[in-house]
Design a protein around this ligand. Structure first.
Ligand code: NAG
Ligand code: NAG
Length: 301
């Protein structure tokens, strides 16, 4: 897994959070990376990443791969090779990342080189070759290459109980009795947080999918930290920045086979619910209805 560190965010009225990279690491959008200047065999590169509180990078997704390659293109000289954490397992006869997950073969990660053969061939350790067309290749692990560290630990362990790391956020899915929106907010604040808000659609997606995976949708629906501001007819996050309308945040209310985009009832429904009946999208709801608090807190060191 790509690892990120979340620095202690400023605790203003609103709980803020951000992807902050530790000293010397560079934020590349999908994570934090560092390419030390030493050329080392793969195992020693791994040790050096450990010394830097990181790991050799796992580039198991398109966005991470792309961001890391752009970083190398911007910072490194051409035609260098950089160790990453993929290794060939003889016992399982497959390429694995550090967590044992299988390295996807073929495009767009691995390249073809030397006579058009598809990588990986000719070695047991994976590296990025930063040529005119950066790709992953297999090399003998004793080759002395540069390397990409990712780091450091995930938000896990950086969330105080009762919060757990979900993507880049520390969340708690309170299972106590259903509450009004205001009472839910008070519960979150008593735990040092506030009702959850989302910075972008990706963050929202991570949380909605987590609810699905953990089967939390059967327990309840949740209050979210958004509300309608009287004079405006617009929904705002707790920090008073406006919530985008329409897709992909808001659900549709089906009535007589016609879908009405929510929110649809500003005179009565002035609080934000995350409801599975709306395909895990937002719904406007009367603030006095009872839902469970979905709380968010700042990650801690
Ligand atoms: C307000 O909260 C939203 C949702 O978490 C966040 O994306 C935005 O950056 C915040 N705005 C300010 C000014 O802090
Ligand atoms: C948001 O606006 C409300 C109402 O105007 C105000 O009471 C509150 O202090 C504001 N919150 C922030 C974080 O600015």
């Amino acid at each position: 897994m790509w690892q990120t560190r979340l620095a202690t965010a400023s605790l203003l009225l609103v709980v803020a959070h951000a992807l902050n990279c530790p000293e010397n690491y560079h934020e590349i959008g999908s994570g934090c990376v560092l390419a030390p200047a030493e050329r080392l065999p793969a195992l020693e590169a791994q040790s050096l990443c450990h010394d830097l509180q990181g790991e050799l990078a796992t580039l198991d997704r398109c966005d991470i791969f792309t961001d890391a390659v752009h970083y190398l293109e911007e910072t490194g000289a051409m035609y260098n090779s950089y160790w990453i954490r993929g290794t060939y397992s003889v016992t399982r006869d497959e390429w694995q990342w550090r967590d044992g997950s299988v390295v996807a073969m073929g495009a767009p990660f691995w390249g073809t080189a030397g006579g058009g053969n598809w990588e990986p061939y000719g070695g047991d350790c994976a590296a990025i070759f930063n040529g005119d067309n950066p790709y992953m290749g297999a090399f003998g692990c004793i080759a002395e290459f540069l390397h990409i560290c990712e780091g450091p630990p995930t938000a896990e362990g950086h969330c105080n109980l009762p919060f757990t790391a979900v993507g880049s956020q520390c969340l708690s899915f309170d299972s106590s009795a259903r509450q009004t929106w205001e009472a839910s907010r008070n519960i979150c604040q008593a735990d040092g947080g506030d009702l959850v808000t989302f910075d972008n659609c990706e963050q929202f997606g991570v949380v909605a999918n987590y609810i699905l995976e953990q089967d939390l949708q059967h327990m309840t629906v949740y209050w979210v930290g958004g509300y309608l501001v009287d004079e405006t007819n617009n929904y705002f996050w707790l920090n008073n920045s406006s919530i985008p309308m329409g897709l992909p945040y808001w659900g549709q209310y089906l009535f007589e086979n016609l879908g009405t985009l929510l929110p649809d009832n500003p005179t009565v429904e002035r609080c934000l619910e995350l409801g599975y009946e709306y395909r895990h999208r937002f719904n406007d709801l009367d603030c006095l209805e009872l839902r469970r608090p979905l709380c968010m807190a700042s990650p801690v060191e």
